[in-house]
Every structure is written in C-alpha cells, then in structure tokens.
Design a binder for this molecule. Structure first.
Ligand code: ATP
Ligand code: MG
Length: 333
C-alpha cells in the first residue's frame, strides 16, 4: 500500500507555491486512500536564524493551513517533526551513510547561504539527510513535493540504496518516489520570474500568502513584475518571458488546466486585462482556504490535540523502523 510523507517548514506564512506545488497533491493522495504523514518540519526550521518564541505558534499555523487546504486529521497524521525523536536518531545514522561529495552537489544550501559559508550552520548543509530520515523512518513510498525538492528526493533514494548495500539488507526500504505533478510545481516570485516563490524571501510582495485577504492578493498581482508585451498567441511565445510565463502558470494551476489552455483563452490580451482576471481567480480559490484557516486558528487547543494524536501515530509507525535500523548498524541501545 502507498505510504506518503511530506512536510513544510514553519518558517513563515505558507504561500501559493506551497499550496499549488505540494498541498493540492497531499489532499489528492489522501483522497486516493493512501496512508499519509504530513509534518511541520520544525527541526529543519532551526537550520536558519529563527525566533524560538515564535516556533511553536508557527507549527500550529502550518498544521491549520494543512487542514484548511483539505488535509483531514482523521485520515492523515499531522504532527511536528520534533515530537518524533526517531527522525533525529535516523538522521545521525544516515549522515554516516551519505558521502560528503553527494552533499556538496546539493544546490539548496548554496542558494540559502550564498557566499557566507563561514557563518552558515552545519545543519543547513546536512538538511537533506534529515529530510531523507523524515521519509525513510516511515518507509514512505511516495513524497509529494515541489520541483525544488527533486534533488533532495534523489539523494534520499541514494542514501537508502547505499545503506541497504553497505549493511547487506536489501529490501529494508522501498525507494521513495517523488510526486511532482500539475502546473504548480514551480511557482516563481512575483518580483523576479527567475527565483522561486519562498517563505523566506524578505519581500512580502514576492508571494501570495495563504492568509492574504482579497485586497492584498489583488494588490500584489497588480504590482507583479511583467514585461510590456501582451500575452502571446501561442505557448512558445512565453519562452524568455519568465514573469509572463509564471503568471500564466499560476492561472493554469489555480484552474487545474494547462498553460496552453490559458494562452488559448487570453492570448493577445495585455496584462491590464489578464491581471484582474488572475486576481479574481486567486481570490475565489483561496478565500475558502483562508476562511477555514482563520476558523481553525481560533481554537489553538484543538490544533494541539490534533498534533499530539498525529505525533502518537507517527511514533508508533516509526518505532519498529528505527529499532531495526539501529540493530542493523550494531548499536547497543
Ligand atoms: P523556505 O524559503 O523557508 O525554504 P519554502 O517556501 O521553500 O520555504 P518549504 O517549507 O521549504 O517552503 O517547502 C514546502 C513544500 O512546498 C515543498 O514540497 C516545496 O517543494 C514546496 N514549494 C516551496 N516553494 C515552492 C514553489 N515556489 N513552487 C512550488 N512548490 C514549492
Ligand atoms: Mg524551501
């Protein structure tokens, strides 16, 4: 049977990219009857400078956003990563399996640290190994993520394969498959069509947050960077126009159609016409999510109960896997 693991960092407001690139697929997999584990990855969140006092609240907020997007806590386990110590235990074992050369080929830590290697945490470098542990500790078979996580997924597969080869335990882990599906797998910044939309982008105008109200969404889309040309009449006319391509992609993802469909409808029109249509669509699609999020956040004690129940379930499923992994490497405890 399919077992799904995915997570988001409680590092700020979830945005349209998180929603279209990941959450929409999380809900689809749940509806297909897969066994789903969706965590708020607070251990990943401390790899960058953070405010300790704000972190528990951010976990709660992420959990509420999952549920507002359609994750049902009765069917899917929602929990905080740090509430399941097996993630950290397995991460250490896997750090001794992953090769330094593999890690140095990862691009995310380079994007996140820039040239400041001196002050970057070691955690930002080993982040993908913790992510491999997140997945493997549940023997997950599929991992729904955005395009930016593809490289990390491949690393998780390499680490699993290497562990099984080195310790002669073929079949211990299924090799996890990435699920990178739909038109929203790589939503770009509204201010720069060559940079992905991110929680950690300092400019709030670069993203549409799941908590933005209708006026804010409309304002951000209106201010989104574009070029002066109207939309092209055919799809290949978007080549070399990253901002136009991104807005068309967002429209397609929100509708569940393709960029070609959007061009068929809006080709030849200027942004003066397209942007208001996009804003209306975004507001219509996000309003129910925002309303539900606000309703859930009004009862934090209930969210905490859901997080505890989810963690309990996650600990149960992880327990035999971490026990076996420890035995395999020869640990005493
Ligand atoms: P941060 O800037 O803190 O890394 P983030 O916006 O990248 O935040 P994550 O918590 O790292 O968000 O990622 C959560 C999920 O959302 C992952 O599956 C990731 O692939 C997906 N995701 C993040 N950004 C985008 C995007 N711009 N388009 C599509 N999917 C995205
Ligand atoms: Mg990220």
């Amino acid at each position: 049977p399919d077992r799904i693991l995915s997570g988001m960092q409680p590092t700020g407001n979830l945005h349209l990219g998180n929603y279209l690139g990941a959450l929409v697929n999380w809900v689809k997999l749940q509806e297909r009857g897969a066994e789903c584990f969706y965590c708020a990855v607070d251990m990943h969140a401390i790899t960058m400078p953070h405010d300790p006092a704000a972190l528990p609240g951010a976990v709660r907020s992420v959990a509420a956003a999952y549920m507002a997007a359609g994750v049902d806590p009765k069917r899917s386990s929602i929990f905080a990563q740090s509430a399941v110590p097996a993630h950290a235990e397995l991460a250490w074992i896997l750090q001794c399996v992953a090769r330094l050369g593999w890690m140095e080929r990862m691009t995310q830590f380079k994007d996140k640290t820039g040239s400041d290697r001196e002050r970057a945490s070691v955690g930002i470098f080993t982040y993908p190994v913790l992510m491999a542990a997140d997945i493997l500790v549940y023997k997950a078979t599929q991992v729904p993520v955005g395009e930016d996580q593809k490289q990390h997924l491949e690393l998780a597969r390499d680490i699993a394969a290497r562990f099984m080869r080195d310790y002669d335990c073929e079949g211990f882990w299924p090799l996890p498959e990435p699920i990178i599906e739909g038109a929203g797998t790589r939503i770009m910044s509204l201010k720069d069509g060559t940079k992905k939309m991110s929680k950690s982008d300092p400019s709030d105008l670069s993203r549409i947050n799941l908590t933005d109200d209708a006026d804010t969404i409309a304002k951000k889309i209106k201010k989104a960077k574009t070029d002066p040309e109207p939309l092209p009449e055919s799809l290949d006319g978007l080549d070399g126009r990253p901002e136009a391509s991104n807005l068309v992609g967002i429209y397609a993802a929100l509708c569940g159609t393709t960029k070609a469909d959007v061009i068929a409808e809006f080709g030849g029109q200027g942004f003066g016409a397209f942007k208001p249509a996009l804003a209306d669509l975004a507001v219509a699609k996000l309003a129910p999510v925002v309303d539900e999020y606000n309703r859930l956040m009004a009862d934090p004690a209930e969210i905490d109960r859901i997080l505890e129940a989810g963690a309990q379930r996650a600990r149960e499923v992880a327990a035999p896997v971490i026990a076996e992994a420890k035995k395999t490497v020869g640990f005493w405890g």
